[in-house]
Ligand binder design. Structure first.
Ligand code: HT7
Ligand code: ZN
Length: 872
């Protein structure tokens, strides 16, 4: 298998000046004619062959400047087209290929979803449509003509502005689209189908009117309004916060049912997984509304960070993705609660990126090699990438960061660029040396920070030592020290912030420590009492911290820290330590629980804290999170038992109080997805979780399920019953399935809840679900809801001691790989936990992977993930 290296990057010898595409879409097949205006670069030697990418193509005709090529002038196979000796001047290469979109189950290139023709080109799908220089540094303006039967495809869309449309005879019609902004082929899109739509408009800050539309299956139009509202808010926010205005006359979104990812930012024509568009209270949850708002914003923000300024090569993916995730996180923080959003984003980072970064699939945010680029759309590139941008904003301050962003847009508009160029704009705009900071992009692994401190009352000096260390990761045995921004405060005995008269031993700027050495000891003078350090406020860097704080210090912070993130984190640390300790056989004192219980009650009864924040405080760390904290030789059954025991001991004495609080949150108000109402519902669900898990109150779950007037409450109740496999779980699951029969996106919820059941029957039930003749085995949402949920969120059944969970997954992966390798390889990444497990489970997991490798012909996607997990 070929490995691609960043160090081998070289520009193409030819430029594509402009692109004219002509799609003739018929039921049986689609003919694609491409007229590419091409010219050699100034330094290209005459006679240099032109090599275009293809993937599964069959060339029908080929001509240059209108003259068909003789056989000896070119070589074509499914994966490439070589013009042996192209003219040493500008010329037009004219090719035709025939496609079978109906047979395209990989969902890359041109395919059909519920009858609609649609495309997905990022990262290398365009080469499945026509022969092309399919790489992000080849930018060209596109003109696209689409001809299709009017009866089955009255809607014909592509990028840019519509410049012509009309009748094409024989029951056909056509549309002509022009995108004036030069773009790489991965941003190309086409949609043809019979779709409904809603329309609206947005007037930009300079007074231009932009027509907005969201297209969907007929009958779903009314479920698109929240997405439209999110779009308009995103457009306004990008103007306010970053001065970025939309640049075309139209912005279209299309919702499709079969999609490999969440959504795609094609220029002027975003294509969305329909689960990230459709919203109405009876069928989607508050969490779904939240995701819709975030992803609509994310794709819209790509118009500047990704489209106007794109990536030079796919190693730079983080340039657009990390930055755009940062932008969508900031948007949601401004639209909703900033502290709650930060907790949410950090939970996500810790539960998905930290395990990736600490396991066999670890890689730098800017990798330097890959076999299959689709395997690098990872949480490290996206979420760690966003954390790096956030640290940059922390280091430079709001004004400095904005100055750098302004320079980025000014200097690189219309370019395909690199991480180095991105860092350089901040250096130039603010005069800061970012060489050490840049290592974050190049080095894999989560830094482990060790903290120790001492106080000398006689000299009123407080000493704080911070040490950083990154464990070796695949291919990177030696690590360099990073520049880590530590936002901090010293909390005094009465809970207020302490100030100091002097500090020595390192760099401290206001409330920021710059940790730039392997170890730094800071000496703060003029400190009247021993403080409790509150470090990494707002989670100022993506690190793991082992602190020397006692449980009582942590509980003090939980009650008094002025930083809401650290208040939440302190309590989570206490809970994690107690559960992990018990799972490893360390006995727990009753007094440990008394303080914790009191801290939880104090939080719940604090009128100054909002409901969503309280909900996060009472969310007991999950089994996977405890397992990660333990780190090695994990026995998931012991973790599950320790967690359950703690919940029982914690909840039983306050069951009545919790139940009263739970009941007090019942409301008859009409449903609204706004942050306040959603926060109240999430607190109610959090309380129900404590009551079901800690006090066996499945009666409350059943009552909530039956009384629910929205999906948030109904799903929460059913999912809790299913997870704990309460006596009524099967009945609730059964009711849910029939109540919402025929709605595929609600079926996904049923699949997820079913896959999270903790009982030993779960695998057999999942096998039966998957084997049912009507199970849609080619739909990524269905497969991910069942299998993805199982591997990522049911650790004790996936990593069952008898290996049944591992075998179930490898057998399913082998089947799915034949249909859709991207979905298959993503499910397989769940095996990255193997190194953390106890020896028996580790071995049975390895055996399942080895059987997969030896017994099946695997795709490059699955093959690469498998080899990396096995350490091959
Ligand atoms: N930029 C988009 C990535 C994407 C994608 C990647 C691989 C295969 C299918 C895909 N669909 C979309 C989405 C985003 O980050 O905004
Ligand atoms: Zn993105």
């Amino acid at each position: 298998e070929q490995t691609i290296y960043l160090k081998d990057y070289a520009p193409t010898p030819y430029r594509i000046v402009s692109v004219d595409l002509d799609f003739r879409i018929l039921e049986e097949a689609t003919r694609v004619r491409a007229q590419l205006t091409i010219e050699p670069r100034d330094d290209t030697a005459p006679g240099t062959p032109l090599v275009l990418n293809g993937d599964g193509l069959k060339l029908e005709t080929i001509a240059i400047d209108g003259l068909p090529l003789v056989l000896s002038a070119y070589a074509a196979d499914a994966d490439s087209l070589t013009v042996v000796e192209p003219p040493n001047r500008r010329f037009v290469l004219d090719t035709e290929v025939m496609l079978q979109p109906e047979a395209n189950t990989k969902l890359m290139g041109l395919y059909r979803s519920s009858g609609t023709w649609c495309t997905q080109c990022e990262p290398e799908g365009f080469r499945r449509i026509t022969y092309y220089l399919d790489r992000p540094d080849v930018l060209a303006p596109f003109k696209v003509r689409i001809t299709a039967p009017l009866a089955v495809a009255p809607v014909l869309l592509s990028n840019g502005n519509l410049i012509d449309k009309g009748d094409a005879g024989d029951g056909l019609h056509f549309a002509l689209w022009e995108d004036p902004f030069p773009k790489p082929a991965y941003l190309f899109a086409l949609v043809a189908g019979d779709l409904g739509s809603i329309t609206d408009s947005f007037t930009t800050q300079s007074g231009r009117k932009v027509d907005l539309a969201i297209y969907c299956t007929h009958g779903k139009e009314n479920e698109c309004h929240y997405a439209m509202d999110s779009l308009k808010r995103s457009m306004a926010w990008d103007e306010r916060r970053f001065g970025r205005e939309y640049d075309l006359d139209v912005f279209n979104i299309v919702a499709v049912s079969d999609f490999n990812f969440g959504a795609m930012e094609n220029k002027g024509l975003n294509i969305f997984n329909d689960k990230l568009v459709f919203a109405e209270p009876n069928t989607v949850t508050d969490a779904n509304y939240h995701s819709i708002e975030r992803v609509i914003a994310h794709e819209y923000f790509h118009n500047w960070t990704g489209n106007r300024i794109t990536c030079r090569d796919w190693f730079q993916l983080c340039l657009k993705e990390g930055l755009t995730v940062y932008r969508d996180q900031e948007f949601t923080s401004d639209e909703r609660s900033r502290p709650v959003q930060r907790i949410h984003d950090v939970q996500n980072l810790r539960s998905s990126q930290f395990p990736e970064d600490g396991g066999p699939l670890a890689h730098p945010p800017r990798p330097d090699s890959f076999r299959e680029i689709n395997n690098f759309y990872t949480t490290t590139v996206y979420e760690k990438g966003a954390e790096i941008v956030r640290m940059l904003a922390t280091l430079l301050g709001e004004a400095g960061f904005r100055k750098g962003m302004d320079l980025y847009f000014e200097r690189h508009d219309g370019e395909a660029t690199t991480i180095e160029a991105f860092l350089k704009v901040f250096e130039d705009a603010t005069g800061t040396d970012l060489r050490q900071f840049g290592i974050w992009y190049l080095q894999a692994g989560t830094p482990q920070i060790t903290v120790s401190d001492s106080y000398d009352a006689a000299s009123q000096t407080y000493s704080l030592t911070l040490t950083q260390k990154v464990e070796p990761t695949p291919g990177q045995p030696d690590k360099q020290p990073l520049l880590i921004p530590v936002r901090f405060g010293l909390v005094g005995p009465n809970g207020s912030e302490m100030s100091w008269s002097g500090v020595s031993g390192g760099t401290v700027k206001d409330d920021l420590i710059l940790l730039d050495q392997p170890s730094v000891t800071l000496r703060f003078t003029g400190i009247a009492n021993k403080p409790i350090p509150s470090l990494f406020r707002g989670f100022s860097a993506p690190v793991k911290v082992s602190s020397s704080l006692s449980q009582s210090d942590l509980l003090f912070l939980a009650g008094h820290d002025s930083d809401p993130f650290n208040r939440w984190d302190a309590l989570q640390t206490v809970l994690t330590n107690l559960i992990a300790g018990a799972a490893q056989g360390r006995p727990r004192a009753d007094s440990d629980l008394d303080g914790l219980r009191q801290a939880i009650v104090d939080t719940l009864e604090n009128p100054e804290l909002d409901e969503a924040f309280k909900a996060n405080v009472i969310a007991i760390p999950g089994e996977s999170s405890i397992g990660r904290h333990i780190g090695k030789d994990v026995d998931p059954d012991a973790v599950a038992k320790a967690r359950h025991d703690l919940l029982v001991a914690l909840v039983k004495p306050i069951e009545a109080r919790l139940e009263a609080m739970y009941r007090s949150l019942e409301t008859s108000a009409a449903y609204s997805p706004d942050a306040k109402q959603a926060g109240e519902r999430s607190l109610r669900t959090g309380l129900l979780n404590l009551l079901v898990a800690g006090a066996g109150r499945s009666d409350l779950a059943e009552a909530q399920y039956n009384a629910a007037t929205n999906m948030t409450d109904r799903y929460a109740a059913m999912a809790l019953a299913a997870r704990h496999w309460t006596g009524n779980a099967q009945a609730l699951l059964g009711d849910f399935r029939t109540r919402f029969a025929g709605d595929p996106l609600v079926f996904d919820k049923w699949l997820t809840a079913s896959a999270q059941a903790s009982d030993d029957g779960v695998i057999e039930r999942m096998r039966a679900t998957l084997a049912a003749p009507d199970f849609p085995k080619t739909n990524p949402n269905r497969l991910r809801s069942l299998l993805g949920s199982f591997v990522m969120t049911n650790p004790s059944q996936f990593a069952r001691a008898d290996g049944a969970g591992f075998r179930f997954i490898t057998e399913a992966v082998a089947e799915i790989d034949k249909v859709n390798p991207q979905v298959a390889s993503r499910v397989l990444t769940g095996f990255r936990v193997l190194p953390t497990l106890e020896a028996g489970r580790r071995e049975s997991g390895k055996a399942a992977l080895e059987a997969l490798k030896s017994q099946h012909q695997l795709s490059r996607n699955v093959g690469e993930i498998l080899d990396r997990i096995l350490g091959a």
